[in-house]
Design a binder for this molecule. Structure first.
Ligand SMILES: CC(C)(COP(=O)(O)OP(=O)(O)OC[C@H]1O[C@@H](n2cnc3c(N)ncnc32)[C@H](O)[C@@H]1OP(=O)(O)O)[C@@H](O)C(=O)NCCC(=O)NCCS
Length: 160
């Protein structure tokens, strides 16, 4: 394994989860520009299962998971530092989470993101990422996050 390979692991310390979540979301203002929303994600991520991605011993990305009814692992919030985008790391993280779901007998994964009802180009890339990872658009919630931010719910069946 070269030193630049990403390492995926679960983080159990609540304070460390909050620190990684806050610093990575604040480094991605094109996606997470609303400070009150970042604070809410940081609060939520403290107490939820948390996957961290490390390169050379430093956190470069994360995903916070919320398991609903024991059958659906919802990607509550996730992000990777911009300099590491487009290198396959996010796809590998989804694979890691899918492995966790298989181990736990969780048959579905889901995510809520900004829908194409909003013209934002960064979120258009994010939706493409989820589609490439096997998520399909499942339902749109135009007012869940307020009418300025239409929400798309996407679902993926865990392979195997
Ligand atoms: C979405 C995200 C986790 C994807 O991780 P990633 O490591 O960049 O994605 P991968 O390299 O595994 O997959 C790339 C594919 O996703 C798409 N993609 C989505 N966002 C991208 C980005 N910022 N840069 C490059 N490709 C991106 C491309 O279609 C790409 O496919 P291609 O390489 O065949 O063109 C990451 O880009 C990110 O942190 N984005 C900002 C935060 C965000 O969107 N969070 C989720 C909010 S709901």
């Amino acid at each position: 394994m070269s030193s630049a390979d990403p390492v995926f692991s679960f983080e159990d310390d609540h304070e460390t989860r909050a620190e990684i979540c806050g610093s990575i979301l604040r480094s991605l203002p094109e996606w997470f520009g609303i400070e009150s929303a970042v604070e809410e994600y940081v609060r939520g991520a403290r107490d939820l299962p948390f996957i961290r991605i490390d390169i050379d011993g430093a956190a470069v990305g994360f995903c916070s998971l919320k398991v609903n009814f024991g059958i659906n692992a919802d990607l509550y919030v996730l992000g990777i530092l911009k300099e590491y985008h487009g290198k396959g790391i996010g796809t590998r993280m989804i694979g890691f989470i899918e492995g966790y779901c298989r181990e736990k007998g969780i048959p579905y994964m889901s995510v809520k993101t900004l829908s194409s009802g909003h013209p934002d180009e960064n979120y258009a890339m994010t939706r493409k990422f989820y589609e490439k990872c096997g998520f399909v658009p499942f339902e749109e919630f135009p007012a869940l996050w307020g009418e300025e931010s239409p929400c798309l719910f996407m679902l993926k069946r865990v392979a195997g």
